[in-house]
Design a protein around this ligand. Sequence first.
Ligand SMILES: Cc1ncc(COP(=O)(O)O)c(C=O)c1O
Length: 469
Amino acid sequence: MSQSSPFRPALEHALDHALAHLDNLSRHSVAANATLESLRARLGKPLGEEGVAADRVIDELVADTAGGIVGSAGGRFFGWVIGGALPAALGADWLTSAWDQNAASYACAPAEAVVEEVCGAWLKDLLRLPHDASFALTSGCQMAHLTALAAARHALLERRGWQVESDGLFGAPKIRVLSSDQFHGSVTQALRLLGMGTSAIQPLPSNEAGQLEAVTLEAALRESPDTPTVVLLQAGDLNIGAFDAYLQLIPLAHRYGAWVHIDGAFGLWVNASARYRHLLEGVEQADSWATDGHKWLNVPYDSGFAFVAHPDAHRNAMSHHASYVSYNEQVREQKDWTPVWSRRGRGFAAYAALRELGRNGVASLIERNCDAARALAYGISALPGVVVVREPQINQGLVRFLDPRPGATEQDHDARTDAVTQSVLQTGEALFSNTTWRGKRYMRISVCNWQTNDDDVARAIAAVASVVR
Ligand SMILES: Cc1ncc(COP(=O)(O)O)c(C=O)c1O
């Protein structure tokens, strides 16, 4: 290796800083504690006339972001649904930047094209999806929704004699999306971008378990049987990790000619675990699925996957040709399946994560995180004035903190719940986020990091105890 490489100083400094960060996560605050003003003051330097040496750029970046980096890479981060990064995935992610491949097509990134083929096959196998489904590696679940729903839009309108890719949506039959009221906002965003409009979603009431019931869905389908319809089902909703009843709902939706799309941002991963896969029974009958690598697979950010049971619809919705691109029919051209052209070679990091874990490793990661979520729920519920409203079925649970004053109202409990969540964050010992679920405020327990261990769980419970008491 050349000692005089112009890359060496910056990369060596980056490695040292990265290890200092990752190896010290257990000693540092999980929450960011720099103020907005100080971050702006430190980072908002005037852009100089002259450049700065690369290693100094890296050193100053680290100094200027100090206190502004949330400890989501570590085991005491339980906010939203945010996974960490496995060592091999992180290493492969660095190489992805070093190689700087344009993953649009085989011609400019041959190894990445093949890695994506392999990832697609491994993932369909691991997630127990049809082996002939097409797939796309996207920036996250939202763009996986967009990809899959573009295929749905193509198929539903083509059946009605409308070519949406050439003719657009003006004058086309309006597509509706039937879903339980527990859908995630990323679907709404995808519908906006696809021109289907946010009003396309018709939220239907979910039952106590957070599921859409067959009678509810059938009534909505029957009301307008000729309307092109997507039925959106949840595989792990964001608040309680609820799973819809696929065995019942998917055949029902298909009887009415609907396209069934699954939001499995994190929940689809439980198909990798023999302990939990009963929750997904029948999910393979859907028409499309969206999930994330950057959540439960612990790939660094920028990793989502779309799968489509109807490859022609998928390809028709996405492919585009240009005169200056050479085409190779023997390979899978990624840009025929993804909503963007030039993009990062995101297959390498996903490939590395899957190899580092193997099948057993993925199953064990899922099961350890679910165990940790339950241990957190039990530990926190043993504290005075705490109600665990949803014991984690998988890795998500909801906790409410009651205001101890006599005559306290639901609003007082809401305020106490928010205050406790905020105070736990200020201890720096653990980070939980909060949510409104069925009109009340809750602290969410969400465990999604490969590093979370018993010590992290104990420290988090102790942090909540110190605040509650
Ligand atoms: C259930 C669900 N669906 C979709 C998403 C969106 O995923 P992404 O942020 O990767 O686009 C999330 C993110 O938290 C989610 O929890």
